[in-house]
Design a protein around this ligand. Sequence first.
Ligand SMILES: Cc1cc2nc3c(=O)[nH]c(=O)nc-3n(C[C@H](O)[C@H](O)[C@H](O)COP(=O)(O)OP(=O)(O)OC[C@H]3O[C@@H](n4cnc5c(N)ncnc54)[C@H](O)[C@@H]3O)c2cc1C
Length: 513
Amino acid sequence: MGPVFDLAIIGGGVNGCGIARDAVGRGNSVFLCEMNDLASGTSSWSTKLVHGGLRYLEYYDFKLVRHALLEREILWGIAPHIIRPLRFVLPHHAGLRPAWLLRLGLFLYDHIGGRKLLPPTRTLDLARDEVGKPLAPGRFRRGFEYSDCFVDDARLVVLTARDAADRGADIRTRTKATEIRQVDGIWQVTVQGADGERSVIRARTLVNAGGPWVEQILASGAGVNAKAKVRLVQGSHIVVPRLYDHDRAYIFQNADGRIVFAIPYQDDFTLIGTTDLDYDGDPAQVKISAAEIDYLCASVSEYLAKPVDPEDVVWTYSGVRPLYDDGADEAKAATRDYVFELDLPGGVPLLSIYGGKITTHRRLAEEALEKLAPYLKGTKAPEGWTAKATLPGGDFDVSALDALVAELRRDYPFLTPAHANRLAHAYGTRAAKMLGQAKTPADLGQSFGATLTEREVGYLIANEFAVNAEDIVWRRSKLGLRMSAAEIAALDDWITAHRHQPDSPVRAAGAHP
Ligand SMILES: Cc1cc2nc3c(=O)[nH]c(=O)nc-3n(C[C@H](O)[C@H](O)[C@H](O)COP(=O)(O)OP(=O)(O)OC[C@H]3O[C@@H](n4cnc5c(N)ncnc54)[C@H](O)[C@@H]3O)c2cc1C
């Protein structure tokens, strides 16, 4: 029999990993299992905004907006490589919300949430400003520009898990919790690894951070009758070749009362999303429909000089929001705030999480640990430590990212500007650790396409829990947008072949680095 952990967590999305990091940092022994790859659930399918959520003001959800706004600069501060400020252009549409309402909303947005570094809202003359140029000529005269942040959501999850593991958490990917039960005041979680082998993990407290699978986990034998219900809401995005030259995003209002974002993405693309549709299928099988593609194209084409056509779409993705079911009529109106359900079957605590956002995951973790405090003993770090401790590679000032890129180019002159830029934004100060003593491109080993090299692949497998090509090109990076199917297949073959070679980073890392 292995140790009895203070806390076991099921689910390696942003919420599970956030709780693991906070709990282990406070001195608890922590186990986390993720049935697939980290962030393979909802946490890599978001719009990737660290934002207050301007539209939630319309639902008078001031608490959620304030808490989320407060998190923006905190998260930017602990992960300045993977989070960046982004300005949003909101054109005033004559037939929709009046300008005074937009201005009032943005005034609140600027002032209720601890904005210190991000610039405030300004009014735009769209006839003169360059951000008016991509818009349909003569239709939009007035607009507003405000601040939020953009995050690499999947990397946020992975780096949070990496930090938790560095502090002692036992993080197991490709490990599914198949049964949970309490025996003599202890949780016993049966877990099954990729090889099919089962083992039992014991813990004093259990967190169900299964996202869209939260109810399935409860049904796997806990003897808990959940009172809360999850409402699964599908959201889809399309990616098209870059629509315009400037670096700001647009927030477009739709006639149906929803909003759609168009965001500069991965240098050469524009990300457009999202939709809100109730979903009742298997969360792992969610897919964009032709109707959603049409809806997103029509939403942005209403505003742009050059319409976006479904034919322009180069990539799509869909995710399922695991929202707390508050009985709202429409999916778009269901609360985005999180709700906890604490059950004590046989006196042993099980905390289930409903809802939440990428933006609020750190605060959610603090509140989860507050709820579990009577059952946990860790007191090593005070509550709030996660607001100050940087994530791996994020130990530099938020204003120093350009300097970091310049440093990389100085120390590794063979890197192209775009390559150095990509590495700095992905790895921050750890880019140099990844590149090591390399003096020439050849020192980085085999090249798999789109600047991905053997050195980087080995680093991701050894340090970031990556196991296969999909983990690397779609979650640790978005190089899948630039690599051909043949290149991705070749990468997968290379990883499989090297898993069995002595001295290979793939083998050294194993399935659970
Ligand atoms: C379209 C869309 C847009 C969004 N945009 C934003 C945004 O811009 N900003 C923002 O802040 N938020 C956004 N969100 C919300 C945010 O993405 C989610 O709230 C968040 O990712 C939920 O994280 P989670 O950890 O609860 O769930 P998940 O990320 O789904 O993690 C749950 C994990 O549990 C694992 N799991 C399930 N069952 C088991 C089991 N039995 N054993 C082991 N592992 C298991 C799953 O594989 C999964 O990885 C968006 C969501 C969607 C869908």
